[in-house]
Design a binder for this molecule. Structure first.
Ligand SMILES: [Fe+2]
Ligand SMILES: [Fe+2]
Length: 263
């Protein structure tokens, strides 16, 4: 209820501010651009620019490394910002609403699509594996990723997110607490960031093995559906990791510094 109200208010405000001119600076880290303008993630995806795990690299550096025309990428990014969009500005969301959004949107998406992808990938491996041996590796990588992601989301939901909610509650009540010892939200955050990197790398390998999800000429509809679903899964994962790495986690660490005093 709270989340949907926030999004509605935000959409209203955004529609009134969409005409503002924007300026992307090439020296800005791509994670920062994606954080400030969520609409740009579609452009980053199109150019296969890693804005989540590799978000600290500047736009200029990435374009140079990938031999992309920087001006063209900037133009596309700015055009995406100018387009009317209903994307809520996640950076402005209260952390409890952001956590709720991540769980109900991205964690739910991962849980819903894992069984479907298992089914599709098992099927195409069985039928097309002899002619396309890369399918065995793709399926093995996906199975590993599915298991790791399932545990990862449980850790977030059981350990890290309740901690973020507790910190937000202290802040809302204007309280601080004093603790002894070195326990900090930064340890589970560091562990989650490492796991994001592992899964980001695994999907990079899946993307390489499938030649960026290009279906072969002899592909059947199941093959097509498997690659399309897998590609959509990777895109969703990038958005999901971006929200956590570039928005939620840094803000949670700052919030902890505000409300937790150590002795
Ligand atoms: Fe997550
Ligand atoms: Fe995560």
């Amino acid at each position: 209820m709270f989340l949907s109200t926030f999004i509605k208010i935000h959409i209203h405000n955004r529609k009134n501010s969409n005409k503002m001119s924007t300026m992307i600076k090439v020296e800005t880290p791509v994670g920062e651009i994606a954080k400030n303008y969520f609409q740009t993630v579609k452009v980053f995806d199109d150019y296969q620019i890693d804005f989540c795990c590799g978000g600290k690299q500047s736009l200029q550096e990435i374009c140079q490394n990938k031999s992309l025309n920087t001006d063209e990428v900037v133009q596309k990014l700015e055009a995406s910002i100018q387009e009317a969009s209903d994307a809520p500005l996640f950076d402005a969301m209260p952390l409890t609403a952001l956590v709720e959004y991540i769980v109900t949107t991205h964690h739910a998406y991962v849980r819903e699509n894992i069984p479907l992808l298992h089914k599709l990938l098992d099927k195409i491996e069985e039928v097309h594996g002899p002619r396309h041996p890369e399918l065995l590796a793709v399926n093995a990588h996906f199975k590993e990723s599915a298991g790791q992601l399932t545990m990862h989301m449980q850790k977030e939901e059981i350990v890290l997110f309740p901690l973020v909610e507790k910190l937000s509650q202290l802040k809302a009540e204007g309280k601080t607490i004093t603790i002894s010892g070195g326990a900090s939200v930064e340890q589970p955050i560091a562990a989650m960031v490492q796991e994001h990197e592992n899964e980001g790398a695994r999907f990079e390998e899946i993307s390489r093995l499938t030649q960026n999800y290009t279906v072969p000429e002899d592909a059947c509809n199941t093959f097509r559906a498997a690659y399309e679903t897998l590609q959509a899964f990777e895109k969703d994962l990038h958005r999901h990791i971006h929200l956590e790495n570039n928005i939620l986690f840094p803000k949670a660490a700052l919030l902890e510094q505000e409300v937790v005093k150590k002795n």
